[in-house]
Design a protein around this ligand. Sequence first.
Ligand code: NOJ
Length: 550
Amino acid sequence: MSSEAGEWWRSAVIYQVYLRSFADGNGDGVGDIAGLRSRLGYVRDLGVDAIWINPWYPSPMADAGYDVIDQRDIDPAYGTLAEAEALIAEAHDHGLRVILDVVPNHTSELRAWFQEALVGGPGSRARDRYHFRNGRGEHGELPPNNWTSEFGGLAWTRVTEPDGEPGQWYLHLFSPQQPDLNWDHPDVRADFEHTLRFWFDRGVDGFRIDVAHYLIKDDLLPDLQQARYASGEHPHWDREALHDIYRSWRRIADSYDPPRVFVAEAWVESPQRLVRYVRSDELHTAFNFDFLASPWLPGAMKDMIDATLDAHASVAAPSTWVLSNHDVARHVSRYARPQREGIERFLDDFLDRPADLAVGTRRARAAILQMLALPGCAYVYMGEELGLPEVEDLADDVLLDPMFQRSGMISRGRDGCRVPLPWSGHSAPFGFSPGPVRTWLPQPDDWGIYSVARQTDDASSMLELYRTALRMRRLLPALGDGCLQWLSMPEGALGFAREPGFLCVVNYSAAPVVLPDDAVILLASDEFDPGAGVPADTTVWLDVGGPPGR
Ligand code: NOJ
């Protein structure tokens, strides 16, 4: 493979398949491998380079598969290992690379290791693979420290010992069904290396690393202080020792031909901290969540893009860009609200403001053209190409995200961005399942307006905009990896040039933006009269005389 092909991840567009909600092959209302295999042609024709599949491993699904029993097998709800192998081969036949999710911070409570630890009792070697501690207080009735879970509540659960008495506590930074692993234990390191090789040997092209910034904890498990920690000093967040793990993983990835790749899910405090994960001997890329969380405001966007590009240039790694994923409210619905400075990503962050979905959709169209023109690699979360909004009115009794229960039913959680995709037809399950069935999360009654069938060949649809933009991105030599130069623009608009001969203009404001005389419009996020200037919430790609497309 040429070095350019070998570095495919620098310019790739990667499509995130949330398997439970993509397509159901066996008719039980849950997406599965058979469904994905039957729709690979759709993904290929969208014009992406790779798919990233959320965890498909055996799991009791306390956290939708991020509670893994065995990372080297497939959950029966999704299919079999043989089907997974067939899928990998078929994706490759379609020219799509395959990225899986690895979940190294925690396991399911049902993993054999954790069950052995429960049975083994205090002081047993099996407990060393996790973080078990005696409680505080006279009878050990208080948790070992004051850490809280990401999903709400304590980060500790007390176990009942084999003698029937209340005993030690174990750490879980997520739900109690997801005990945190002890990364100082050699078994843990060896087991994950085994997992990486297991899938790399089956042709998998890379891994997305779940909460890559969490694995290492301060041995003393000290209470969290109110005061801000200096970088790298937080007891369980973004600690220095993580980087040795990722260096060793990089050596494994590099030992394959072609080399395999990683993308880190790391929510850290700044782009400078983020790019420490993508130094040349560590991971390849990391999700740029600052972009995802940025409001649709030109000043905030430009500052964030600059900070991202500067930081990544310092380590010669490509930036990534992402607008939505399975953990955040869909961006049509975020952008449908009056925008305000600051970080917003969960449904709870903006439910207090009225939504105008027409505005959100228009901004989402502008946002995808802006994103695909930025230097680096981009992620598309399944369904965003259909313009799906967040489902904001799921009834309490269908919500499955542990965030909902753990927050005392205050947070609405993340189910609203995980509703099964509409493929065709006028009533549920909208072609998601082969026959009539209740899907694992209910689809809204009007979901048919977003279906793939309905949007296909409708030149004004979101789907056709994605298809056109992705096709053009491949053909335009200016796009993908590289750099940009900002153009001087009127207030409320952003513009940047990419060589050769490409401009991107984004108008966030109500005042129309006049285009340069010599520019030829390649693509616009919505129709407009060029003589009248680029209207509000519109992005335009322009040809200003580069060489013919490759
Ligand atoms: C991040 C995943 O994206 C999210 O869905 C999950 O709940 C947590 N990590 C815990 O694994």
